[in-house]
Design a protein around this ligand. Structure first.
Ligand SMILES: Nc1nc2c(c(=O)[nH]1)N[C@H]1C(S)=C(S)[C@@H](COP(=O)(O)O)O[C@H]1N2
Ligand SMILES: [Mo]
Length: 504
């Protein structure tokens, strides 16, 4: 009986969530109950745990979070089912708690609209109704049979009801997924229809010999963001607002942006969360509008020192105004490697600030730019303890040989290769050390600008045994990459990357 009551609880919760997701998909796409609760958890997760999750699970962190939510929810729902069998009021209270918690989560999201609580409230009502329906056949108290024994009305009726409710949940959930897929399709169609103009200032061709893999393909480009579902924006209704401490607020459509002179630049973007030797770095050929010109047209007020970019999903990223205006190619990107921005990378428009980590200058799914002061406003990550200004630290990485490779000494010299970056300063030299031997100068392959990584290689006459390879870079100001180990939090990892290999 308990097991059936627990099942009743889980089935009722599934029906409620499916109903809420369907209403959300149809009416308020940004306010799905699951994404709302997940978003609150993401935002509330202490930075150390987030670091650990990203480091351990990489981009699987989101599916894992959703699985965790499902497990906790199922346990709670089972408990509510069992309690509801004892007393209906407990069951109703449990459903109400779920509905209200979901609604509160959705309404608390930074980009929440006035109706965002509705899907979860509907979900709570549906869950309560389903629970009453499912527990009735199990109820011993009223339902005595002709012989007067307190036998519940029967397993068969319970199973039939449970089957019907579960089927209803599956249909609603499937419907929600279909509606979402159609919405993603609409954003994708609006992306497919875009013809990007030629840049007024094209990037020069890559220098010969910059190395295979210099540009990261869009599908291989790392993705780091807090969005549990990729925001889908239809270009037709999209507007960029420039406001705050400006003499002349601006409002631009996507076509307004495309009509401006566009620049095309090769720029390496990396995440402050990247560990030494980690994968969260990539280089693309970006197409966009120079941000400095646009901001000057808005006439920044004296005293403004921070540019706060805001995304459609409520992310805020603060960049020093002085950095945007200092002559570097800070831009509002509309294109990435010859295509409109992929949805995952911020379609239709993202910011990019060469020389700053992504959290400090590369807001995706951009919707507004507000001029303010660092004194007056902490952007999302800064409110969570990360450094307010995010200049990139010099870094270098060994890409091959892979760690723990077994190398054949008879195969000739071993090609050691990787990349190094210090956006804005440029890389002057890369050196490799084997065990405690001398530092050897690696061959630096040409890079198109100081805003990209440079690839490097060294042919190593490997001797039998186990060896530790170590790399370090020097930037064009002459500063050597620091050997001091630092964690990504709060301003970016430092330390020399090492790889252990065996030659035998
Ligand atoms: N809207 C939004 N923009 C965002 C983020 C985010 O979570 N939301 N993450 C930032 C971070 S931390 C990084 S490193 C870059 C990553 O950009 P990519 O996913 O295109 O590689 O996007 C930045 N822009
Ligand atoms: Mo990042």
């Amino acid at each position: 009986m308990r097991i059936r009551a627990a099942l009743a609880g889980i089935t009722a919760a599934a029906a409620g969530i499916a109903a809420g997701e369907l209403l959300a998909a149809l009416a308020v796409p940004a306010a799905g109950p699951v994404a709302g609760v997940g978003g609150v958890i993401v935002d509330a997760t202490p930075t150390a745990v987030k670091e650990w999750a990203v480091g351990t699970f990489g981009t699987h962190d989101k599916p894992l979070l959703l699985t965790g939510i499902a497990v906790v929810l199922a346990a709670f729902a089972a408990l509510v089912g069992v309690l509801g069998l004892r007393r209906q009021a407990f069951g109703l209270a449990g459903a109400a708690v779920l509905g209200l918690a979901g609604a509160a989560a959705a309404a608390s999201r930074p980009a929440a609209g006035p109706l965002d609580g509705l899907p979860s409230l509907l979900g709570g009502v549906v869950a309560a109704a389903a629970l009453v329906l499912l527990l009735r056949p199990l109820d011993r108290s009223g339902a005595t049979d002709a012989g007067g024994s307190a036998r519940p009305m029967g397993r068969r009726r319970f199973l039939t009801t449970a089957g019907l409710v579960a089927a209803g949940a599956a249909v609603a959930g499937g419907g929600a997924a279909l509606v979402r897929a159609a919405g993603r399709g609409a954003a994708e169609r609006s992306r497919d229809a875009i013809r990007l103009p030629a840049p007024a200032s094209p990037a020069p061709p890559l220098p010969a010999g910059s190395g295979a893999g210099f540009v990261t393909a869009n599908r291989d480009f790392y993705r780091v963001d807090t969005a549990l579902t990729v925001p889908r924006v239809d270009v037709a209704g999209w507007r960029l607002r420039v406001r705050g401490m400006v003499g002349r607020p601006l409002e631009l459509t996507f076509d307004d942006l495309l009509r401006r002179p566009l620049i095309e630049r090769d720029v390496t973007l990396n995440c402050v969360s990247n560990e030494v030797g980690g994968p969260y770095v990539g280089t693309a050929r970006w197409l966009g509008v120079p941000l400095a010109d646009l901001l000057r047209e808005a006439r920044p007020a004296p005293g403004a020192d921070q540019v706060v970019a805001r995304s459609v999903d409520g992310m805020t990223i603060g960049t020093p105004l002085a950095v945007v205006l200092d002559g570097r190619d800070a831009m509002l990107c509309v294109g990435m490697n010859g295509e409109p921005l992929p949805l995952e990378h911020g379609f239709p428009v993202r910011m990019l600030t060469p020389g700053l980590y992504g959290y400090a200058g590369a807001c995706k799914w951009l919707t507004s730019i507000e001029l303010t002061t660092f004194e007056a406003y902490d952007a999302y990550w800064v409110a969570r303890g990360w450094a307010a200004r995010g200049p990139v630290k010099t870094a270098s990485r060994i890409d091959r040989p892979l760690p723990f490779t077994r190398l054949d000494p008879a195969a000739g010299p071993v090609r050691v290769a990787g990349a190094a970056w210090a956006q804005g300063r440029g890389i002057a030299a890369v050196e490799v050390q084997v065990d405690d031997g001398p530092w050897q100068a690696a061959t630096l392959l040409p890079a198109p600008t100081d805003d990209t990584w440079a690839q490097w290689r060294l042919d190593w006459a490997a001797t039998p045994g186990s060896h530790l390879l170590r790399v370090r870079a020097t930037d064009k100001t002459g500063a050597l990459q620091t050997p001091d180990r630092a964690t990504p939090f709060p301003s970016g990892a430092t330390g020399w990357h090492t790889v252990t290999v065996t030659v035998q």
